[in-house]
Design a protein around this ligand. Structure first.
Ligand SMILES: [Zn+2]
Length: 367
């Protein structure tokens, strides 16, 4: 069956007037491998390749051996392979001191009282111990011969303001920065800021009005990324990141990411329109903003959130079940490419219906 599909695809491609180089580059975020055998993973990857996926951002934990094994299988199928590993989001761990976790403006540690959801245990980028812990993880994985690079994620503070489409889910009205969600007020951050600016932020009545304090924290993230990037670069592998849209309209404001200042090989904004109550055309607007902000520094791949059950989408209250329908996927791909994206990235192949794959195939080989 796979052979037949392969043959059909070859016929389709040869009938196409465009050379393969004109195909739109398609990345995909996915996780694994769980209990899957090499054969099962190989079949899964062959299937994705056949459907138009060129590269994987693969989340397989911290163990380099997992990436070596799965990376070899990906290479055999002709897929680029990046290890996708969350950065500042780290669960409780013997190597991480309690003081490494971010503290909100009310003095509560994310380790003991995480915001929004139980897994929101973010580390604070101020600590040298945090940098070394992360550098060690990424360098160990970067050494793996079968990977092309490492992919950062959760490289940010917890959302000080939640995307508009999530307010109802969490029963919140986030019309401004509230202390409970505002990080990081650990003594390292506040002392360093006081030394740099002369401002004791704990004595300020409304810290959300202090621009230098916001900038200080954006710089903490930028510095961490650029230090990690330097280390990974020396290993000869690529380093990329999943980020919030923007950078100015969303990322900088709600998670303190100024990713146009980062020294990466590529960036993957999660242009998940439904989370912002926007339509598929908005993906083009934020793509243009990102591409213009980068000014050609490195490529941008537009991250697209796929609706797993398009027919019942409007019955679903949870935005996690929303996303692009097949027709919207065509619009979002075209809007991304028309506005300067180097390609797209699917979240996730597992959410794609047959109609989505058809829409993808009909779009990525066309002008
Ligand atoms: Zn801190």
């Amino acid at each position: 069956m796979r052979l037949l599909l392969s043959l059909l695809l070859s016929l389709f491609l040869s009938a196409c007037t465009h050379s393969p180089s004109e195909k739109i580059m398609v990345y995909a975020w996915m996780g694994g491998p769980g209990d899957a055998t090499d054969q099962e993973i190989g079949a899964q990857f062959a299937n994705l390749k056949q459907k138009g996926v060129d590269a994987l951002l693969y989340n397989g934990g911290h163990n380099p051996e997992v990436y070596q094994r799965v990376g070899e299988i990906a290479k055999a199928q002709g897929l680029k392979f990046h290890a996708w590993i969350p950065t500042l989001l780290q669960g409780k761990n013997d190597q991480l001191k309690a003081e490494y976790y971010v503290v909100n403006s009310n003095g509560e540690s994310a380790l003991e009282k995480p915001a929004y959801v139980g897994y929101y245990t973010f580390l604070c980028p101020s600590h040298e111990g945090v940098f070394h812990y992360l550098e060690n993880i990424y360098l160990n994985v970067a050494k793996v011969p079968s990977i092309d690079g490492v992919h950062l994620d959760y490289i940010r503070f917890p959302d000080v303001i939640l995307a508009r489409g999530l307010w109802e889910k969490y029963g919140l009205t986030m019309d401004r920065e509230y202390p409970e969600f505002d990080y990081c007020y650990c003594s390292k951050c506040t002392d360093d800021f006081a030394e740099q600016s002369g401002i004791n932020i704990n004595e300020v009545e409304d810290p959300s009005q202090v621009e230098e304090w916001k900038q200080f924290r954006r710089n903490l993230i930028t510095n961490l990324v650029n230090r990690l990037a330097q280390s990974v670069l020396e290993s000869g592998k690529e380093i990329t990141a999943a980020v919030f849209p923007g950078p100015h309209s969303v990322a900088s404001q709600i998670v303190r990411q100024e990713w146009d200042l980062w020294n990466l090989d590529a960036v993957f904004p999660m242009n998940y329109n439904d989370f912002y109550l926007e339509d598929a055309a908005w993906v083009g607007d934020v793509t243009r903003e990102g591409v213009e902000s980068l000014g050609g520094k490195f490529p941008l791949y537009s991250g697209l959130f796929i609706c797993p059950d398009p027919e019942n989408r409007h019955k679903q209250a949870d935005p996690e079940n929303h996303g692009l329908t097949p027709d919207e996927l065509r619009v979002a791909i075209k809007a991304s490419m028309d506005n300067g994206a180097a390609g797209i990235c699917l979240f996730t192949p597992g959410r794609m219906t047959d109609a989505h794959w058809t829409a993808l195939r009909e779009t990525i080989y066309a002008n």
